[in-house]
Write a protein that binds this ligand. Sequence first.
Ligand code: ZN
Length: 106
Amino acid sequence: MNTKSFVQNLNQITTTLISMTPAQREVVHQSIRASQVEMPTNELFQPIFDTSSSCPHCTSTHLRKWGKSGETQRYRCNHCAKTFNIKTKTPLARLRKCHLWEEYAR
Ligand SMILES: [Zn+2]
């Protein structure tokens, strides 16, 4: 969807939503939530990591890929030789079932 048609759609949706009762809006809200596909945590973090990839231990940017643990790409720092993944030093590090955290946080 290009920007122009997005804005047109948005205006139309907003107008429609404003004309609804709060109960009707809640129905719309629920059906949007029901249709949303859960985004895996890796897909959420990987683009951020790709744009600013640096070692979480020493901030060096000289990294190499170092195998995978499950679905998560591991990296090894050429500078300090430590390994890490995109979740190292984030609150999600070492957590299992990361995908459940988003739901829990909500
Ligand atoms: Zn390092």
